[in-house]
Design a protein around this ligand. Structure first.
Ligand code: ADP
Length: 161
């Protein structure tokens, strides 16, 4: 079975990587897919994020990276994916995610949203938090892969390491 894991991944964190690694053991193929959202103002371009995720997941044979614009369920159908993966951290994720899952179900009854609970050590972790810490010069190398930490630090002009 093919699963897609849509998100912004701006940038990919160890929390995302944990979800990708665990789901790659559950599904034949996992497609990590960046939604091209013109309303967001990302730190990294879509092309940069694709390269970052590819490097981060290069050891996982059945993981692919792509981007799309439009409805997630349209992309899922195009790729013959029956599963839309999302990660759940805190209660506030639940409300938003459940609403999205219900909406997608009304649009595509053949596609299931599957939630994976975060691993306890990453329950607090988000891309925004990583950017917030880096903006003020704090350490992020325990939150993202090493090459991502370097990319983020470069964006904020942190070259002290
Ligand atoms: P989006 O803008 O679609 O929420 P994100 O890149 O923030 O994109 O997140 C993509 C998915 O990964 C979401 O389902 C989110 O809940 C999940 N996620 C993000 N961080 C973590 C984490 N630390 N642990 C588990 N899931 C996570």
């Amino acid at each position: 079975m093919i699963a897609i894991y849509p998100g912004s991944f701006d940038p990919i964190t160890l929390g995302h990587l944990d979800i990708i690694t665990r789901s790659s053991q559950l599904y034949r193929r996992v497609i990590v897919v960046i939604s091209r959202n013109p309303n967001k103002n990302p730190l990294f371009t879509v092309e940069e994020r694709i390269a970052q995720i590819r490097k981060t997941t290069q050891h996982l044979d059945n993981v692919e990276v792509d981007s799309f614009e439009g409805l997630t369920i349209t992309y899922a159908r195009d790729r013959q994916a029956k599963v839309l993966l999302r990660g759940l951290r805190v209660l506030s994720d639940f409300e938003k995610e459940l609403q999205m899952a219900h909406t997608n179900k009304t649009l595509a009854s053949d596609i299931e949203t599957v939630f994976l609970a975060t691993s306890t050590e990453y329950g607090f972790l988000s891309s925004s938090l990583v950017k917030e810490i880096a903006r003020f010069g704090g350490p992020i190398n325990h939150l993202v892969p090493e090459h991502i930490a370097l990319d983020v630090e470069k964006c904020y002009g942190n070259t002290l390491r």
